[in-house]
Write a protein that binds this ligand. Structure first.
Ligand SMILES: [Zn+2]
Length: 367
């Protein structure tokens, strides 16, 4: 590395040689500069006021020169300063250029790479069907009522005319909340086995007339298989007013089934039993796959059973009598349907478990 020599010979030839060596060293060091940090080191080595090479030249060459040579030395030192400064600034330009090129290189983005695709979400088929059912009834003037999934024994059973120990309770395998042995039976909490307690809640909230649909999740202690799940969804409906008859019920559900499955379907009402309705009926529609001729879907009968319904049992009104539900003055009907069952029939799905497994390949078919 270049160091500033002491001058002994102040002849022009000797001065030229010393200047030439110094400039060659400056040029070489300037060429070697790569990057901003190296440039700063280079600048300080040559131009620092304290002990930089230019300062050393001033001391070692100019101040030390004998009187007659001072003029000659002074002129060359000034020239040297200008030239060294030029090397320093040229090196700065080159090195900062190199730095920014290096930075551009490191920050380079390959715009030809495929981006991260964010796929569109879609309604789950069960929610989609539930919304379809609800919107059919909303169009008929029904409002939506909701209730909690943890319900009292009273609202889930007793108020709906399932007295304690009534055998009808056995048809709904119930999941009870643990540790409530000390409570009265009517206050014990359970996971609601149907959306029907929302009927009672709605009637307690609002005097007649009332028309509500109650969509929601229900729970039963069923073992999961192709047609059973411990959790499933129902849509419950309730209409109470003066002079509501079974004809209103038939007309309402016939219209709803045509809206959901197409105007070609026919409905029929089959006698059935539910504790909270009297008379009760199962609603069947003509098979929308074969049109009633008979196929595998309808087990060759031409009919598919879809929901339960009936005229509200006067016993049910007793529990809400204080809110204006006097069974001698008003009447009403109720219906309830399983959303999964309807979705499975609509889309030809043969295993209820597919709804809950979250397999995207299954769900994508409904987007
Ligand atoms: Zn059929």
């Amino acid at each position: 590395m270049y160091t500033v020599p002491q001058l002994e010979d102040y002849s022009p030839a000797a001065l030229d040689k010393a200047v030439h060596e110094l400039l060659a060293a400056a040029r070489q060091e300037a060429d070697a500069v790569a990057g901003e940090n190296e440039w700063k080191v280079f600048r300080d080595r040559w131009m620092a006021r304290k002990n930089g090479i230019l300062t050393q030249i001033n001391d070692l060459w100019l101040k030390a020169a004998p009187g007659p040579a001072k003029r000659e030395v002074g002129a060359r030192v000034n020239q040297l300063k200008t030239q060294v400064e030029e090397h320093v600034s040229a090196a700065q330009q080159r090195s900062s250029g190199a730095t920014s090129i290096a930075r551009l290189e490191s920050e380079r983005i390959d715009i030809t790479l495929p981006g991260i695709a964010r796929e569109l979400g879609a309604e789950h088929p069960v929610i989609k069907t539930m919304n379809e059912i609800v919107s059919v009834f909303r169009a008929m003037g029904y409002s939506i009522a909701e209730g909690p999934e943890i319900e009292t024994d009273y609202l889930n059973f007793e108020a709906l005319n399932f007295p304690p120990n009534h055998p009808a309770r056995d048809t709904q395998d119930t999941i009870f909340i643990a540790g409530q042995e000390k409570k009265k039976q009517r206050d014990r909490l359970l996971l609601r086995t149907h959306t029907s307690p929302v009927q009672i809640r709605a009637m307690l909230n609002q005097p007649p007339p009332i028309r509500v649909v109650a969509p929601g999740k229900v729970h039963r202690a069923d073992t999961a298989d192709a047609t059973h799940s411990p959790i499933f969804h129902q849509v419950e409906g309730l209409a109470v007013d003066t002079n509501i008859t079974f004809c209103d019920l038939k007309g309402t559900l016939d219209h709803a089934m045509k809206s959901l499955f197409g105007s070609d379907v026919k409905t029929r009402f089959y006698p059935s039993f539910f504790p909270f309705t009297e008379p009760s009926a199962d609603v069947q529609i003509t098979c929308f796959k074969c049109g009633g001729k008979g196929c595998r879907l309808c087990k060759m009968s031409g009919w598919i059973e879809l929901l339960g319904c009936g005229m509200i049992d006067p016993n049910v009104f007793k529990s809400v009598e204080s809110n204006g539900y006097d069974a001698r003055k008003i009447s009403g009907f109720a219906f309830g349907m399983g959303v999964e069952r309807i979705t499975m029939l609509k889309y030809g799905i043969d295993d209820i478990q597919l709804f809950y497994q979250g397999d995207v390949r299954f769900l994508q078919q409904f987007t």
